[in-house]
Design a protein around this ligand. Structure first.
Ligand code: CA
Length: 219
């Protein structure tokens, strides 16, 4: 899952980015609204985490522009501004959630999971597909009640395909979900992970659409 973090505080930005990466998210971190807009032009994100007090364009202005362009990606505001008026303004400007500093990373990632879940039209926090059960919170994967050992990158690909059930995702789209800017993209890596996932979860789970990408079919 690719996340864009907009935060002008160096220590906080670095800490949140590292924490998100550790949780298996591909997190890009920028320090201004202008940089955020450039990033959104060149990458497809599943989530925007937005500070409000930024140099230049404010977080609220960035948010309003995102919504004015018809971009419906989930947005969590992360800010020290904690008055009722601030929260109302943020939510009414198009944010999906609002978290005030100081906060715990565990709460931020739980809110990320909740928003991704709702976006996928699910209420159950655990994803069940045929004989496979995936828990985004614990990263646990089971097949026919057996725990399957899968790597963080394999998990990311599996989750992306399950969250987009019935849709073909291109190799490029999967790569974007795997790697942030500062990470080196290995060639053929998506193919290798898919190969491993098929070995562990069954060869018919993920279907290749030649020249287009990969899909997990709806039941
Ligand atoms: Ca700030």
């Amino acid at each position: 899952m690719r996340i864009l973090l907009v935060e002008d505080d160096q220590m906080l930005g670095d800490g949140i980015r590292a924490g998100l990466m550790q949780q298996g998210y591909a997190a890009d971190w920028v320090e201004s609204g202008d940089a955020a807009e450039t990033a959104m032009l060149t990458n497809e994100y599943e989530m925007l985490i937005l500070d409000l007090g930024l140099p230049g364009k404010s977080g609220i202005e960035v948010l309003k522009d995102v919504r004015a362009k018809g971009n419906d990606l989930p947005v969590i505001i992360l800010t020290a501004r904690d008055t009722v008026e601030d929260r109302v303004l943020g939510l009414d400007s198009g944010a999906d959630d609002y978290l005030t500093k100081p906060f715990e990373l565990d709460e931020l990632t739980a809110r990320i999971r909740a928003l991704i879940r709702r976006r996928g039209g699910r209420s159950n926090p655990v994803i069940e597909h045929k004989d496979i059960v995936v828990d985004p919170a614990s990263h646990a994967v089971k097949k026919e009640d057996n725990v399957i050992d899968i790597s963080p990158r394999e998990f990311t690909i599996l989750l992306l395909l399950l969250e987009n059930l019935g849709k073909v995702l291109s190799r490029n789209r999967l790569e974007e979900g795997l790697y942030a800017w500062n990470e080196e993209v290995e060639s053929n890596t998506v193919e290798v992970h898919i190969h491993h996932l098929r070995k562990k979860l069954g060869s018919d789970l993920i279907r290749t659409i030649r020249g287009v990408g990969y899909i997990i079919d709806k039941e």
